[in-house]
Design a protein around this ligand. Sequence first.
Ligand SMILES: Nc1ncnc2c1ncn2[C@@H]1O[C@H](COP(=O)(O)OP(=O)(O)OP(=O)(O)O)[C@@H](O)[C@H]1O
Length: 562
Amino acid sequence: MSLKHAVSRGLEWGRSVFQLGLIKSGGRVVAKFRADRFRVGPQARGLQPRAFLPARYRYYRTSLRGLAAQLQSAAFRRGFGGGAARNRAVFLAFGLGVGLIEQQLEDDRRSDAACQEIQAVFKKKRLQAPLRPFTSGYRLEDYVIGNQIGKGSNAAVYEAAASLAPLAPLKDEACVVELKEDGEQPVRPLTCCSLRNFPLAIKMMWNFGAGSSSEAILRSMSQELVPVGRAALNRRDQVVLDGHFGVSPKGLAAHPNIVRVCRVFTAEVPLLPGALEEYPDMLPARLNPAGLGNNRTLFLVMKNYPYTLQRFLAESAPSRRQRALMLLQLLEGVDHLCRHGVAHRDLKSDNVLLELDAAGDPRVVISDFGCCLSQRDRSLQLPFSSVCVSRGGNVSLMAPEVINALPGTNMVIDYSKADAWAVGAIAYEIFGRPNPFYRGVGLESRRYQEKQLPPLPSWVPGDVQSLIRLLLRRNPEKRPSARVAANMLHLSLWGRRALADHDGAAMGELVDWLLCQSALVLLKGPRGNTVEAELQTIFLAQLELEELRAAVGFLLYGRERR
Ligand SMILES: Nc1ncnc2c1ncn2[C@@H]1O[C@H](COP(=O)(O)OP(=O)(O)OP(=O)(O)O)[C@@H](O)[C@H]1O
């Protein structure tokens, strides 16, 4: 209801959305928007509201009824009184206290209801898929393979195109993307002919011990399959894998900040460009008599991204806002993983891929799930009975609770906040400083003290500095989860005014802001396929009062200490 009114007010007054912010239900005022706080941004000014009025109204009708029912059932007040006269004073004092608590509870119920309503609306919104769906592509022969674009310790990655797709014509003028350093000379021209002709990337795993049957390969490399939708496998492989996905038979739900593997298949290892020079030992004897690899291996097809985060940061000079957007996307990606019972365990800036959106903002996706922990019960608690149990990849960026865990009976490693810690470390790179936990820089996650963390540049906003320090807290109980950390950054980026004189207790004003923000995102409509719009949609779709409250608490705590 409130959303409907917010939107309808916006539609009625066009430019002055929310400036007259009374929301009424059955003659009662249920929310107020402050004219001075919630001015609509320039994005909404050119709206042509009537064009989408009917659909929007239909969209909100059910939620209107739901919230109205909640308001009617708010008959929570109980009378206090009666009893002996000497007890009246006690009752009065008690009553006052209870009244305040009830008021607070009522406030909470409203805030919670509003959060749930917003969540329900945004959960239904579908975000754009990274690639247009295609129907075939379950065999290596379905692809034209180009040059190598990357190599790790487990695989080589090649640019590719579906062999039936027409190659894009080469046009010189449209062929060059230039990265500019905020108005200065172009840093480096990047030819995108290759990306246009090869929109896909194929990761060819190196297969040493998995044998050469499809079944054995799929099972032994099943961690790589976590970001794989079910449609990515052919029927036979789906059957093989049923019950073997760590997460669910459907794989991990798609998310804009997690790489989407669109096809997976096994095939004979081909001799690809550079193979004999760069990874001769990984080849099967059929291609290199001295090679140690198996004859068949796993191939994963994804979108071809022009950068890794590491390369992008080395070659360009993103703005402060863009850096915050990158950090926020990593937190959103990690939160999505946690919710689905996945810990990446190998986050680093070259396992994060990056492209620019239509507005020129960096979109980042977490990739390479080869070291991940993926659990059906979503607990992210790994029994740690012996040193043979793998703790994950990349030792430098292992959270203290992981690297310091000792094996033993009934011991577990709790990964629920380990990736969030790694994001805190990568945040140094995002904000222009070396990662403090890399060799040669100095700190070791095993034994650092929080006061040893190096300072971030002074231009990094105070809220972001506090957030990064919180993420790098040694004690996971004192560290915010990725969700709470993401909420902090959302509030800091877009809700500063609502937070400006928030007293830490009443959530009403913040919820008013959320309602406005929701209406604004909805009003932006289809123009919103940008990183910023995606992030705002995800934030609203995950809204939980308690996590929001925790984020506000952390932010206010950080501000007080500055
Ligand atoms: N979809 C993609 N688009 C463009 N480049 C990619 C893509 N996927 C991977 N790469 C490049 O290939 C490199 C190696 O890929 P990846 O990290 O997945 O391999 P790996 O062998 O599993 O790595 P690691 O050594 O971290 O285990 C990446 O760092 C990146 O440069």
